[in-house]
Design a protein around this ligand. Structure first.
Ligand code: SF4
Ligand code: SF4
Length: 81
């Protein structure tokens, strides 16, 4: 999964771009639900939130490291849910 850092300026552009509805407004800035973030695997070549973020505040979530196979398995779980 990816993680939004406290450098987020709450510009709102990433939230509607997420194919998994993983992005939501947190207490102070936008956050990503790691259970729903496939790093865009299954939907797009690149993480769409990273593509649109104007301040480059989205990075790999070191608390939720996943390889391509795990991310793809998550994608399949989400589309079947
Ligand atoms: Fe959503 Fe993709 Fe960003 Fe994950 S990487 S939060 S799935 S847009
Ligand atoms: Fe925050 Fe970047 Fe999303 Fe804008 S695009 S709300 S700065 S994470």
């Amino acid at each position: 999964a990816l993680l939004i850092t406290d450098e987020c300026i709450n510009c709102d552009v990433c939230e509607p771009q997420c194919p998994n509805s993983a992005i939501y407004m947190g207490d102070e800035f936008y956050e990503i639900n790691p259970d729903q973030c496939t790093e865009c695997i299954g939907h797009h070549e690149e993480p769409q939130c990273v593509v649109v973020c104007p301040v480059e505040c989205i990075e790999k979530d070191s608390a939720h490291p996943e390889d391509q196979a795990q991310l793809h398995a998550k994608y399949l779980r989400l589309v079947q849910a």
